[in-house]
Design a protein around this ligand. Structure first.
Ligand SMILES: [Zn+2]
Length: 100
C-alpha cells in the first residue's frame, strides 16, 4: 500500500454480499456441512460481475465507501436534473420571447 493515498478506497461501487464456498478439502466441515462464509463485495467491471472477498475488518470501511459513492452519485444526478431543467426553462423563455 502506498502512502500517498492513491490507493484509498474512500469510494466504492458495488454491493456487499456474503460469499459462500466449499474449500475443496475432503476433511473440512464444509465438505458435508455448511460452506464457508465470508463477506464480499460484488461489482461489475467490463460488463462482468466480479467478487472480492473481504476480511471482517474491511466490511465497515467498504460499507462506508459504498454509502459515500451512492450519496455522491445521487448528488450528481440531482445536479444533472437541475441543469436539464434550467436548459428547458431557458429554452421555453427564449421561445416565448421570440413569439411576442
Ligand atoms: Zn472448507
Amino acid at each position: 500500500m502506498t502512502k500517498d493515498g492513491k490507493d484509498d478506497a474512500s469510494m466504492l461501487r458495488g454491493k456487499l454480499t456474503t460469499f459462500r464456498r466449499r474449500c475443496g478439502k475432503p476433511s473440512c466441515r464444509c465438505a458435508t456441512g455448511e460452506p464457508h462464509e465470508s463477506p464480499a463485495l460484488t461489482y461489475t467491471e467490463g460488463g462482468r460481475t466480479k467478487t472480492l472477498t473481504l476480511s471482517a475488518s474491511e466490511v465497515k470501511e467498504v460499507r462506508a465507501a459504498l454509502r459515500r459513492y451512492t450519496r455522491a452519485k445521487a448528488q450528481l444526478e440531482r445536479s444533472a436534473s437541475t441543469g436539464l431543467q434550467a436548459l428547458q426553462r431557458r429554452r421555453a423563455a427564449g421561445q416565448k420571447a421570440r413569439r411576442s
